[in-house]
Ligand binder design. Structure first.
Ligand code: NAG
Ligand code: NAG
Ligand code: NAG
Ligand code: NAG
Ligand code: NAG
Length: 217
């Protein structure tokens, strides 16, 4: 899913692509043996100022207390610096530019050992005419490896409740319709035995009482 939405403004001189960047938090549940995108987005606040950025990812396995550098992206080149991740990390960030706004990476074949904390450091340099300005931004992702994606119990319960409610309402509607039908026909028979004028009056009254049910059908 694209985390950045791009709005294209057409100008008379040609076209200019203006990125509207949205910082979205990374997902945190990875399924074992599948791929997972570790999200890291840092929007450039000063859109008009040219900039360059580098991204560095570090990993602290669950139960340990230190980060180890695992990946860096600089000058359109990536470098995996930890053997636990050799051949398993792909760049999922901004493409074909040094002016990065997204620094996400993709882990292939997630293992249980990938559980832990990931740190993404954006090191951005804003290039003004007379000077350069550095700004570091750090994002933390706590990754949880799961056997398969489980849905929250609340979500399952509310779906069950929805079906129970729908079925309950339908049953109630049918019961009510049968009841009204019987009432009308019984009253109709009685009325037949009496006078035709009375029958009409009662039947229309009964139908009125049941009008609501007929409408909700
Ligand atoms: C991220 O990289 C993986 C592996 O290269 C690829 O399959 C996936 O489509 C990429 N996702 C995005 C959003 O670029
Ligand atoms: C993941 O690992 C399995 C076996 O361990 C292998 O068959 C599969 O090709 C691997 N997938 C990727 C994307 O590397
Ligand atoms: C996970 O870590 C344990 C202990 O460090 C190691 O023995 C095991 O081979 C690792 N598993 C994978 C899939 O890397
Ligand atoms: C960010 O990059 C600049 C120059 O590229 C460097 O001097 C600085 O130490 C870097 N900061 C971090 C936290 O890596
Ligand atoms: C650095 O960048 C972050 C995020 O883009 C921003 O919130 C922060 O204010 C910046 N720091 C400075 C000193 O400009």
């Amino acid at each position: 899913m694209a985390k950045c939405m791009f709005v294209v403004f057409s100008l008379s001189s040609g076209s200019l692509c203006h990125g509207a960047c949205v910082e979205v938090d990374s997902d945190t549940d990875a399924v074992v043996n599948e791929g997972f995108k570790l999200g890291c987005i840092s929007c450039k606040r000063r859109g008009e100022v040219p900039a360059e950025a580098t991204v560095e990812w570090s990993f602290m396995p669950k139960g340990e207390s230190e980060f180890t550098k695992i990946y860096s992206y600089e000058d359109l080149t990536s470098d995996i610096s930890d053997e636990r991740f050799y051949e398993r990390l792909d760049w999922n960030g901004s493409k074909k530019t040094k002016d990065l706004q997204e620094g996400s990476i993709y882990i292939r074949n997630v293992t249980w050992n990938d559980t832990g904390t990931y740190r993404c450091i954006f090191n951005r340099t804003l290039i003004f005419t007379s000077f350069k300005f550095h700004n570091d931004t750090t994002k933390i992702v706590h990754l949880n490896v799961v056997p398969r994606l489980t849905r929250g119990i609340a979500s399952i319960l509310s779906e069950v409740m929805m079906y129970v409610t729908i079925i309950g309402l339908q049953v109630w509607l049918v019961v009510e319709m049968i009841y009204c039908y019987r009432k009308i026909s019984v009253q109709g028979e009685e009325a037949l035995r009496e006078s035709a004028a009375e029958y009409l009056a009662i039947a229309s009254e009964s139908k009125e009482n049941c009008a609501m049910v007929v409408v909700t059908e």
